[in-house]
Design a binder for this molecule. Structure first.
Ligand code: NAD
Ligand code: ZN
Length: 359
């Protein structure tokens, strides 16, 4: 299955399916075989879990750079190590890098590719559910000690190869995290699809074919938005639904304490309560959504570890601040997002309502 991503700067395809690594590489032969060297960037967990399948199905010789697992690979130190590796392996402008891993590996690899010799091509091979989101759209970044994703570039990949087989070794915390972004894509685009997702008995146990269908729909929503607004001046902001409060919780917990999507799920409930005040989202719907999230073990108790003031401080540091004002993505109704400026008092009230609902 192929999904085109027609970003302004560069168009490419997302190839998605079960067991497609080999056939996808064959269909991308022209791009791959013109490279003078192939380098795979991955992290230690992914490599340990998926090395055998990768080596069996990747039809070319390659060099591999194995990085620290998860978020740790997005450090300046690892960014430098990645460049050192490329230099020591005599890579050139004609070399091609593969990002084989979750969103963290994808972000680091994309930024290393964007900056090595002023830019070499890269291909995303995502291995998490969350990466159905992060691998598409060309946002690349590493973390600064003062904040996450503060150093990066928009840099689109040559292609995305999404082989669902890689998801088999994913821990349930990471499945839960990734499914939150799938649900976000449904909330901002399509009520029927959302209802279908909310009827899933267990989000960490979705049958493979159905999962592939949801992931494809998520990628289509993202691709459609990126085609309209590659560099986040308008509709791409909608993808931040749930992320203002979510990022605050994620930051307060210390990155790595909560998986990104787990925090975003909490942020989405907050954004729904806020949306009730201005549009056609009912309290009944918010409660139904919360019940679903509760039943699927999203870690709402985390909220009670922090005061509103703790969280508000993090919200103010978020990149979505413009001219000192906090802007939230809200829903007019399901599938109809918009951006609204919200003042501190109202943020505080909604935080109180959320805590009340969670008690
Ligand atoms: P991740 O890459 O940190 O992966 C989560 C954990 O699962 C890690 O420990 C990883 O080693 C492990 N893992 C990955 N695939 C596995 C597999 N198949 N089997 C076993 N273990 C596996 O996290 P993520 O949730 O995929 O991505 C989060 C990152 O993505 C964050 O850094 C976030 O900032 C970034 N992100 C980027 C964008 C974007 O548009 N670029 C969008 C959303 C998030
Ligand atoms: Zn996100």
């Amino acid at each position: 299955m192929q999904i085109p991503v027609n970003a302004k700067s560069h168009s490419y395809e997302v190839l998605i399916g079960s067991g497609i690594l080999r056939s996808a590489c064959e269909s991308l032969k022209d791009k791959i075989e013109k490279a003078d060297k192939l380098v795979v960037f991955t992290d230690e967990n992914v490599w340990q879990a998926q090395q055998n399948y990768f080596v069996e199905n990747f039809p070319y010789p390659f060099e591999v750079f194995v990085m620290p697992g998860g978020e740790a690979c997005k450090s300046f130190k690892n960014f430098e190590d990645a460049h050192t590796f490329l230099i020591e392996k005599h890579c050139s402008r004609k070399s091609l890098v593969f990002a084989f891993g979750g969103g963290a590996v994808g972000d680091l690899t994309g930024f290393a590719a964007a900056t090595f010799m002023r830019g070499i091509p890269y291909i995303q091979i995502p291995t998490t559910i969350l990466a159905h989101d992060s691998a598409v759209g060309g946002k690349t970044a590493i973390n600064h000690p003062l904040g996450k994703n503060l150093v990066g570039a928009f840099y689109q990949p040559e292609a995305v190869i999404y082989d669902i087989n890689f998801l088999e070794s994913l821990p349930s915390k990471e499945i839960r995290s990734g499914m939150a972004e799938v649900i976000k894509h449904a909330l901002i685009s399509d009520e029927t699809w959302l209802k279908e997702l909310l009827q899933t008995p267990s989000i960490t146990n979705i049958e493979k074919k159905l999962l592939a269908k949801h992931l494809k729909s998520g990628i289509e929503v993202k691709a459609n938005i990126v085609a309209q607004d590659e560099t986040e001046h308008s509709v791409r902001k909608f993808l931040n639904f749930g992320h203002t409060y979510g990022h605050a919780i994620e930051a307060a917990a210390g990155y790595g304490g909560l998986a990104h999507g787990e925090a975003v799920m909490i942020g989405m409930v907050y954004a729904l309560i806020l949306s009730e005040r201005y549009g056609n989202i009912s309290r009944e719907f918010t409660k139904e959504f919360l019940k679903f999230a509760y039943n699927n073990n999203y870690p709402f108790k985390e909220v009670f570890k922090y005061t509103f003031d703790d969280l508000y401080e993090y919200m103010l540091k978020d990149k979505k601040m413009e001219y000192g004002k906090l802007k939230f993505v809200l829903l007019q109704e399901i599938g109809k997002p918009y951006v609204k400026e919200i003042d501190e008092l109202e943020c505080r009230e909604v935080d109180r309502e959320l805590r009340h609902l969670l008690e």
